[in-house]
Design a protein around this ligand. Structure first.
Ligand code: CP3
Length: 342
């Protein structure tokens, strides 16, 4: 059976756009919270194939989305490079910050695939349980977004530690990016070999880069990853998500080689249709806050997006992840509305 999302990635518009949501598995789901309660450490959940597969499938069972996304986290890559990574319930991820040559040299040059074996096993498990029409998505964080957490040692509102690092230590920064490009490419190759149908590259922090650094820190590393994966897996399918890229999406698409691009909720819709969707299939871009609020505001926001993109290849999604307080009923309403759209 054809997978509608893969059809869109091949440039073929679907009468009913496929739909999935970033962070479709997570705290807004009661069944996730119930399972999460039993596991103290979030990383332990990501690295338990049975539980991670179960969590991956929860939103598929409940909503019948057209794609399942591997349940894991982008920070398993720094973990498999030997950096210490922990998730604290109160303030998110905590890593041993990379501040200087010494801490950079402590990183492995190559991924420890043993540490990631549970992730590959999760993919294989999900694959065996997924209906044939549902796409299985793997993912990784883009090198720049990984670097922001690896350098700061935590999430920050504006990523100043990493931005400072780029100016102060360009050589070291390039070394780090080289390691992350290699690591991400080999990680994605393994995900494809385990059964992923396509992968998404999350560059959540692309939007804060100054214009010249956007090419060096976002476009080039992502392009190198895509090329390295395709050298091994020629028909590997990619969705790029350079959040906040705005007008730079044109350059991104011309250079990176992804099959489709994820749009965040801030983009000018006419620009996205005329300048972005004219180049490649698009995915997006409902404001997660509209989904949280629900009601008529949600309906109007959904319709505006569908009307804008319906004429071309399009995947319905949010402009970023589902917010933890989102009522399940709003997600049901969204899926029903998108599915009766045409
Ligand atoms: O989308 C999915 O359903 C798949 C799972 C997924 C998670 N994280 C699960 C998660 C994916 C694709 C990610 C990607 C990720 N992780 C990104 C890129 C996309 C984005 O959201 O911007 C980033 C920057 C991270 C790093 C990360 N992980 C942070 C900053 C946090 C803390 C903030 C938060 O939401 O709690 C996490 C933790 C995390 N990753 C949770 C989940 C479900 C919550 C942890 C919990 O359940 O206790």
């Amino acid at each position: 059976m054809a997978k509608s999302l893969i059809e869109v990635l091949a440039g073929r518009r679907q009468t009913l756009p496929p739909i999935w949501l970033m962070r479709q598995a997570g705290r807004y789901l009661p069944e996730y919270r119930a399972l999460r309660q039993k596991i103290g450490n979030f990383l332990d959940l990501c690295l338990d194939p049975k539980l991670a597969a179960e969590v991956t499938l929860q939103p598929i069972r409940r909503f019948g989305f057209d794609a399942a996304i591997l349940f894991s986290d982008i920070l398993v890559v720094p973990y498999a490079l030997g950096q210490s990574v922990a998730f604290t319930p109160a303030d998110g991820p905590r890593l041993d910050a990379i501040a200087d040559v010494q801490s950079l040299r402590k990183l492995r040059k190559e991924l420890d695939h043993e540490r990631l074996a549970p992730v590959y096993e999760t993919i294989a498990r999900v694959k065996s349980q997924l209906p044939a029409h549902v796409t299985l998505l793997g993912f990784c964080g883009a090198p720049w977004t990984l670097a922001t957490y690896m350098i700061a040692g935590a999430g920050t509102p504006d990523q100043i530690p990493a931005r400072e690092f780029v100016y102060r230590a360009p050589q070291l920064f390039n070394e780090l990016m080289d390691v992350l490009v290699e690591a991400s490419a080999s990680y994605l190759i393994r995900q494809f070999e385990a059964g992923a149908d396509a992968v998404q590259i999350f560059d959540t922090w692309a939007g804060i880069l100054p214009d010249d650094a956007f090419d060096r820190c976002c476009i080039e590393p992502s392009a190198r990853i895509v090329a390295a994966v395709r050298a091994r897996i020629p028909n590997a399918k990619f969705i790029g998500f350079p959040r906040g890229a705005g007008s730079r999406l044109k350059r991104y698409l011309d250079a990176v080689g992804v099959d489709a691009v994820g749009l965040d909720w801030t983009i000018d819709l006419a620009f996205a249709r005329d300048e972005v969707q004219s180049r490649k299939p698009v995915q997006g871009n409902l404001d997660p806050v509209a989904l949280l609020v629900g009601g008529n505001a949600l309906d109007r926001a959904i319709d505006r997006i569908i009307d804008n993109f319906v004429a071309g290849p399009f995947i319905f999604n949010l402009g970023h992840g589902v917010l933890p307080g989102t009522p399940v009923a709003h997600v049901e309403r969204l899926v029903a509305r998108v599915r009766r759209s045409r």
